[in-house]
Design a binder for this molecule. Sequence first.
Ligand SMILES: Nc1ncnc2c1ncn2[C@@H]1O[C@H](COP(=O)(O)OP(=O)(O)OP(=O)(O)O)[C@@H](O)[C@H]1O
Ligand SMILES: [Mg+2]
Length: 300
Amino acid sequence: MPFHHSGEIKDSSKSLLKQQATVNEARCEKEENLVYSTGQKIFFMPRIIAVVNQKGGVGKTTTSINLGAYLAGLSQRVLLVDLDPQANATSGLGIDHKQLAKGIYEVLATDADVTEAIVPSSIPGLDVLPATLSLAGANIELVPLDRREFLLEDQLQKLADYDYIIIDSPPSLGLLTVNGLVAAREVLIPVQSEYYSLEGLGQLMETIELVKSNLQPDLKILGIVLTMYDPRFRLSSAVLEELYKYFPQEQIFKSVIPRNVRLAEAPSYGQTIVHYDPKSPGAKAYKKLAHEIHGTKKPS
Ligand SMILES: Nc1ncnc2c1ncn2[C@@H]1O[C@H](COP(=O)(O)OP(=O)(O)OP(=O)(O)O)[C@@H](O)[C@H]1O
Ligand SMILES: [Mg+2]
């Protein structure tokens, strides 16, 4: 069982790390992500965050893309995994999924090399493991495979060269979402500020508990982020009040994402809000969220 790096091994681990051609010196300072295994091998454990809510259109993709972009802006190496057959995260970053030979489906269902399917985005430090059209049948096609719930986990474990891996999930609690939860160590739940938004959260919590008790004991809730908040509507603040009733205060992010048309426009230009309109209220909110998440301690 790997354990976290302690102060005493800092110097020796640094010299070992220098021998690893793929690991650069700057990242040796990131103690949080250092894991020291009994086999004396030093490697980085990225923070793996699944963005999940089985309800459609609540801001999962908008959150994944813009959080990824702002974390990259904090000099973090970020991989965005598009686990949704709609491929919104892929196209929202200006990548044409129809042109790609390989994507997440080929990585999960065949023996395609995960590193060969990863493509860079236009944002330095932000890479994408894209969705391709073939992902549409995955929820059924992956069922007969061995370790069907661990297919993504097995692939992501091969990637040590990222600080963050963010997984954008489809609007269902099917096998693809379960793969995302098993591969992740933290779950970020976007909740839309509207009347029915709390419905279904109980079922999501049950699924997370089931994954924890049967498949991934290390999974934790990173937090809930309220999206599309509009202070002009009393309903928006009512949803926030309800959230505070049902969830511990520390599980609700202080950064609240406002309803902002600039966030909705950006993907049609294949851009994140960082480039499209960095001064907009939506941009400021996602920047704050990225700082808030980066400031939280990686779960041990
Ligand atoms: N804060 C916001 N303000 C205004 N529009 C937003 C905001 N967040 C998301 N949207 C828009 O709302 C729609 C749904 O958002 P998004 O695609 O991020 O949700 P999703 O949960 O990923 O959806 P799906 O469940 O279909 O994957 C999109 O058109 C998006 O551009
Ligand atoms: Mg989406």
